[in-house]
Design a protein around this ligand. Structure first.
Ligand code: 3H9
Length: 698
């Protein structure tokens, strides 16, 4: 039963129950339509309350039904049925009233929300627009500006703000269902009638406001279509009676539903949840996780500590001596103060966290109580090994010992301890209190409950944990190394780093590889190349220009100059006219003939390298499925979300086309450009990465 109908005196109670989030599935829609029908036919019922069981009000349409033939009754029809009721219907919302869920509430005549409820229309984040009346009823109810803000930003608002803009009529003091009954009784007593949005005037369209908004949206969401189509729907609806407004909304919704952007964004949404479902962890309980230890108070260590503190964990951070520990404590406090400034926590909460939950220390002895200890020291195997042999002596039995290495062999670190089963890689991304990705690296001997604890930590920190196997660079950095090598090869052959950055940002990446280098520091890449030098193949192409910049002390933003010039006028960087000379010189020394690349060729090579290595990463089990690769690249490497991740993108582009591209490039360089066997097998058997995600094997 997805909806039940009951009556107490003149008040009908319709309760929706479709765990876990009351998504408006076909069954729920049918149940709701049926219950509304019963209310219509119940002469003794004079008002109905719509309420939800479980942790939330309706969290939206059922996303798992997207892309399948729509099943009646459709949500817009059920909402129209509610709105047309000749007797008042009250929506009583708790938890999150999102998307189609909020649209159901907009179809009701009165709205009350629990104090902690949140409301929003997140459809544009899924590549669609509110398609069950949201773009028509919300502007009628709250006015143009607040409505387009909510619809295009997808932000969630709390009950206070909802009351202020007129989205709800009341906030429940105390128990929501009781408050809803009182509200219902007051409507009965006042003999109040229904108050449908349909009867409200459409909003006045302010052309200037709309033009300004369109310009801002085009700049903020380049390449994305849903935001602008949502504005179109609001604006066109403003000139039409509700039924026609709804009809044009439906048309635009259907058009977006069929778009590749919708499929990419839904893939991202579902994949970000699928990564937590690991068959190996079924029935495995994580270990206790209350007290965290962090070793190293640099940018990464302090970011990890702050992230944990903001999530309610207690943290002890250790540094090599007291002054370093004090400096680290200052960095952590600075991050928390930033959270106060951004309104994430109050000043008093910040003070309480620092006083009660945070300790800085200058000795490992302070870590004896920690349930999980994360090392974030210098990225050198010998240094990390020393830390772990010391940890082995002080950590309590059963403590999880984690390394935050980005590339190094976790097995070699684990072997320094007498308890390799307790050792795991937890690869955070910088800044750790902001970035949502956490690679949970299971080494050869890592125990399943230690992996489960890694995932528990990700959840507690509000991050997305992705399981990765132990190899040089794990999932993300291993793939990065490969597509970065493809970019460097293009630079050696004549492309400008600026052209590459421009081409890949036009594709949708947050940043190009050379702007990223400047941000991270050119020393990082240099040291990685040095470390890998002994394993280098004679045909590997070395980015001599990158070494040359490093040797010139051009380390990127931190020295004011790397690939770009960074100064007060252009902190993000401007092109450096001298770089071209340096590149010409390097190419001359290597005897290379310069050629030109189109932007399309640049993107094709960049993507082919990314997908090819992604296929290898899946084939050797470093990533469980192609979707794990997508989630890593989306959340750690600035891959455009509306393209769904490299593996999803590859399916859309066509695996056969990628294979053909790679075979073409291999005629120039058959060392670097070797098609991954998995890619070839998929093409030969007519399958794609989505098939692998569905559980098929190549
Ligand atoms: C829409 O409404 C279109 C309409 O305008 C027009 C229609 C005509 N459907 O996130 P969690 C699953 S578009 C199906 O881990 P939390 C989720 O996959 C929709 N399933 O929990 C997960 O499954 P599993 C607009 C859904 O507490 C489980 O529920 N609505 C849906 O961290 C728990 O989810 C949205 O975009 C769904 N709509 O967060 C809201 N939502 O356990 C999307 C969740 O198997 N949802 N699931 O992995 C959310 O933002 C969060 O899930 C929510 C709860 C805040 C509700």
């Amino acid at each position: 039963m997805t909806a039940t109908y009951a009556r107490d005196g003149a008040i009908a109670i319709i309760e929706i129950n479709n765990p876990p989030v009351n998504a408006a599935s076909a069954a729920l829609r049918a149940g709701l339509a049926d219950a509304i029908g019963r209310f219509a036919g119940d002469d003794l019922a004079r008002v109905a309350i719509l309420q939800c069981a479980g942790r939330t009000w309706i969290a939206g349409a059922d996303i798992s039904e997207f892309g399948k033939p729509p099943q009646p009754p459709l949500l817009p029809d059920v909402i129209a049925q509610i709105e047309a009721m000749p007797k008042p219907v009250i929506a009583a919302m708790h938890g999150t009233a999102l998307g189609g869920g909020l649209e159901v509430a907009l179809g009701a005549h009165y709205r009350i929300a629990a104090a902690g409820a949140e409301m929003g229309l997140p459809e544009v984040t899924l590549g669609i627009l509110p398609g069950a009346g949201g773009t028509q009823r919300l502007p009628r109810l709250v006015g143009l500006a607040p409505a387009v803000d909510l619809i295009t930003s997808a932000r969630r608002i709390g009950a206070e703000e909802a009351l202020k803009i007129g989205l709800i009529d009341r906030i429940a003091e105390g128990d929501l269902n009781e408050a809803a009954r009182e509200y219902a009784q007051s409507l009965v007593d006042a003999q109040a009638g229904p108050r449908p949005c349909a009867a409200m005037a459409p909003p006045q369209i302010d052309e200037d406001l709309v033009a300004g908004l369109r310009a801002r949206l085009a700049k903020r969401y380049p390449g994305q279509i849903a935001q602008l189509r949502a504005v179109d729907s609001v604006v066109e609806g403003g000139l039409l009676p509700l039924p026609e407004g709804l009809a044009q909304e439906r048309e635009k919704f259907t058009e977006l539903m069929d778009s590749p952007q919708r499929s990419a964004l839904i893939h991202a949404f579902l994949s970000e949840r699928a990564v937590a479902h690991l068959p190996e962890l079924e029935g495995v309980l994580p270990r206790d996780l209350t007290q965290l230890g962090v070793i190293g108070g640099g940018t990464m260590g302090a970011g990890i500590a702050a992230s944990a503190l903001l999530s309610g964990l207690a943290v002890t951070l250790t540094e090599r001596d007291r002054p370093a520990a004090d400096r680290a404590a200052g960095t952590v406090a600075g991050i928390l103060r930033g959270a106060v400034k951004r309104g994430k926590i109050t000043q008093s909460r910040c003070d309480a966290i620092l006083a009660e939950k945070f300790t800085s220390a200058d000795s490992y002895d302070a870590l004896t109580d920690a349930d999980l200890i994360i090392e974030a020291v210098f990225e050198k195997i010998e240094v990390k090994q020393q830390v772990f042999s010391a940890l082995d002596r002080v950590a309590k039995a059963g403590a999880v010992l984690a390394t935050n290495t980005s590339y190094l062999d976790v097995d070699r670190i684990a072997e320094m301890t007498s308890r390799p089963q307790d050792v795991i890689g937890l690869h955070f991304f910088s800044p750790a209190h902001v970035m949502r990705l956490l690679e949970v690296v299971a080494a050869g001997k890592t125990a399943p409950d230690v992996v489960a604890t890694g995932f528990l930590l990700a959840r507690r920190l509000g991050k997305i944990g992705v399981r990765a196997g132990n190899c040089d660079g794990f999932i993300g950095n291993r793939i990065l190394t490969h597509y970065r090598a493809a970019a460097d090869a293009m630079v050696l052959d004549g492309a400008s780093p600026y052209q590459i950055d421009r081409a890949v940002t036009a594709f949708g990446f947050a940043m190009g590889p050379y702007a990223v280098s400047d941000l991270a520091g050119l020393d990082i890449g240099y040291f990685t190349r040095q470390r890998r030098a002994p394993d280098r193949h004679s045909r590997d192409r070395i980015p001599v220009f990158a070494d040359r910049l490093y040797e010139l002390g051009r380390l990127g933003r931190k020295t004011g100059r790397g690939y770009y010039i960074h100064d007060e006028d252009s902190p993000g960087g401007r092109e450096d006219p001298e770089l071209a000379d340096l590149l010409t010189q390097v190419r001359g020394e290597l005897g290379l003939v310069e050629k030109s690349f189109t932007d399309d060729e640049i993107v094709a090579r960049y993507m082919a390298a990314m997908v090819n290595e992604g296929a290898r990463v899946v084939a050797d089990g470093t990533a469980l499925r192609p979707l794990d690769v997508d989630v890593v690249m989306l959340n750690g490497y600035g891959f455009p979300r509306w393209r769904g991740g490299p593996m999803h993108w590859a399916d859309q582009y066509g695996l056969a086309s990628i294979l053909k591209d790679i075979e073409g490039y291999s005629r120039e360089d058959d060392h670097f450009w070797q098609a991954a066997p998995l890619l070839r097998q998929l093409v030969e058997s007519g399958r794609d990465f989505a098939d692998l995600n569905r559980g098929k094997t190549a």
